[in-house]
Design a binder for this molecule. Structure first.
Ligand code: 1HN
Length: 312
């Protein structure tokens, strides 16, 4: 027996059943083009490094497991992510320290900024990490890090933890033996992209990417991992990239050089070790002041897999 005689009564009945009329939404569910939600942002290595060094004295590595600083996008209400799908972190390790082995469903990678004498053990394979190298830890691979010396080492981690938060399949565990035993010491690995090799490939690259977003660009892996693509870019002093926006979310790490980038409404002046957040659909453009290498880490493989990759 239907007793609702007015629209008002109808809406009350709908709401009581946890429903909403498609013709009567509080907020639209579709819109003409992506909204740039996350904010453009910039972290300066010159400001971060002294904090990591101080943390090296104040935060015991055994307690911390990882001595890292995650980069939180200043978007109101965001508590963790750097851009929608990715989180970036700075991490340091001092000679004699061992970051214990663990594994998790999120994919991870490291971009080495400074320091010699650090190794990572991934599924039993021990490989050195040197400045400019990019090392992968795909989903559910055991990984630990150890520093032999002589240097304290600094790097940038990028992980798809926020994507895993969105999709929910989070699993994480510590290695039963704390430090995973080394099965083999390896000089090369499909999970280690060496800086010399990147330089060599960039030298051989004679064309710019069609969208003008860099002067030279190579991809590490194809893609590096299921959800994350890594591109190394080289741009010479005076180069201006084309103003571009893409649905892919990206985090840029500066390996060398300096310049300025306009991302959305902000302009950032960057130099070695800095990190830039370029969220989906924020127009961005780089201006290079000193010959530069940037590493662009993005969720392009996710966007491509679902036919959601657009740029203009
Ligand atoms: C992680 O496992 C590492 O293993 C680094 O080195 C940074 C940031 C968030 C979540 C897990 C690592 C991380 C992380």
């Amino acid at each position: 027996m239907i007793t609702m005689k007015t629209l008002e009564e109808l809406y009350v009945a709908i709401e009581h059943l946890n429903m909403e009329g498609g013709w009567h939404r509080r907020q639209p569910s579709l819109w003409p083009e992506p909204k740039a939600n996350f904010l453009s942002a910039h972290w300066r290595y010159a400001e971060v490094k002294p904090i990591l060094e101080a943390a090296g004295h104040l935060v015991d590595h055994h307690l911390a497991e990882r001595r890292n600083l995650t980069l939180t996008n200043p978007l109101q209400g965001n508590w963790y992510s750097t851009v929608r799908t990715l989180v970036a972190a700075y991490q340091s390790i001092k000679p004699g320290e061992n970051a214990l082995s663990h594994r998790h469903t999120p994919n991870a990678l490291r971009i080495i900024l400074e320091g010699h004498g650090t190794y990572t053990v991934v599924n039993g394979m021990r490989v050195e990490m040197r400045p400019g190298d990019v090392l992968l830890t795909p989903s559910w691979h055991w990984h630990s890090h150890e520093a032999i010396g002589p240097d304290e080492c600094f790097w940038v981690d990028v992980l798809d933890v926020p994507l895993v938060h969105l999709l929910e399949p989070m699993f994480f565990e510590h290695h039963p033996e704390r430090c995973e035993p080394v099965k083999e010491n390896v000089a090369s690995s499909p999970l280690a992209f060496r800086w010399e090799n990147s330089v060599h490939r960039l030298d051989a690259q004679t064309e710019s990417p069609a969208n003008g977003t860099a002067e030279r660009e190579i991809e590490l892996g194809s893609p590096a991992m299921k959800t994350i693509a890594v591109h190394v870019q080289r741009m010479s002093a005076g180069f201006d990239s084309t103003l571009h926006k893409t649905t892919a979310n990206a985090v840029f790490t500066v390996l060398s050089g300096s310049g300025t980038s306009r991302i959305g409404d902000h302009e950032f002046k960057w130099s070695k070790g800095d990190v830039l957040a370029v969220p989906s659909w924020q127009p961005y453009q780089h201006h290079v002041m000193e010959d530069a290498h940037l590493v662009r880490v993005s969720d392009e493989p996710v966007m491509r897999a679902f036919d959601f990759l657009y740029g203009r």
